[in-house]
Ligand binder design. Structure first.
Ligand code: URA
Length: 257
């Protein structure tokens, strides 16, 4: 439990005296009702706090899972393209929120939007080896030799060495790739290195968290810290791939694979 005025001040950057004014004006709501008493104790994990029409994060940070549509870029702002920030739910302030990791503009699927820099670092640093899973549509038939080549650590056309990775055949014309690092255009370049070509790429899981099959393209799902912790936990690849394959047809319907 935490004092309401302290909580609002910490989450918004307003001073305690600013918060006092906002309370007086009725601009702060707790579970739907205007509150005027800053000393009131609230539980930030379960109670909804709205300040000037914007909802504050339930825990300490915001976490949103976006099913990124085609053509949208993973940046906080851009002059020409739509960015992932446009897909945050209405009423959520984008202040401090950024995409944790990147998908190419012409890739689709799972992107985490958060204001938690520490977690983003844990998720992205190659030291932590958090696996990322991609369903890809291939231009040419899948070949069994790819699995061995990926497992040995591929060399890309410019000489860049990749960490050992996994690839398996999915349905006809598709493969599932698991990487433990995130180099520029890595999946596309790895498949080019074995003589194939990626026509479409959809990220379906990060760590132990799988993209919910019903989450439509362009939709955002709010996650709690405990869900996000699941992203960082080791989950055996075998079980996760099985889960992804069970959802395979819904990823096809849902997006542009
Ligand atoms: N690898 C790629 O080639 N593109 C992505 O968007 C992500 C991984």
């Amino acid at each position: 439990m935490e004092r309401l005025d302290k909580h609002v001040s910490n989450r918004t950057g307003y001073t305690r005296s600013d918060v006092k004014q906002l309370l007086k004006k009725g601009s702060i709501r707790v579970d739907g009702r205007p509150e005027t008493d800053g000393s009131r104790k609230i539980d930030p994990d379960t109670q909804e706090i709205i300040c000037e029409g914007k909802r504050l994060p339930m825990g300490e940070h915001f976490y949103y899972l976006l099913n990124k549509p085609m053509g949208v870029i993973c940046a906080t702002e851009d002059k020409t393209h739509r960015t992932v920030m446009e897909f945050l739910p209405k009423g959520v302030s984008a202040k401090g929120i950024f995409p944790a990791g990147r998908l190419d503009a012409d890739s689709t699927g799972m992107v985490l939007l958060t204001d938690d820099g520490v977690l983003a670092h844990r998720m992205l640093s190659p030291k932590h080896h958090v696996p990322k899973y991609y369903l890809v549509r291939l231009a040419r038939p899948y070949e069994e030799r790819y699995a061995q080549q990926f497992a040995e650590g591929l060399k890309l056309s410019d000489g860049t060495a990749c960490l050992p990775a996994e690839i398996r055949k999915a349905d006809a014309g598709y493969a599932l790739v698991c990487l433990h690092e995130g180099k520029y255009h890595q999946v596309r370049r790895m498949l080019a290195a074995v003589g194939n070509h990626v026509e479409a790429l959809h990220r379906v899981a990060i760590g132990g968290l799988v993209l919910p099959p019903g989450l439509e393209s362009g939709s955002c799902l709010e996650l709690f810290h405990k869900d996000v912790e699941r992203m960082l936990k080791y989950v055996p690849t075998e079980g996760l791939c099985e889960q992804i394959m069970k959802n395979f047809s819904s990823y096809l319907i849902n997006d542009c694979l």
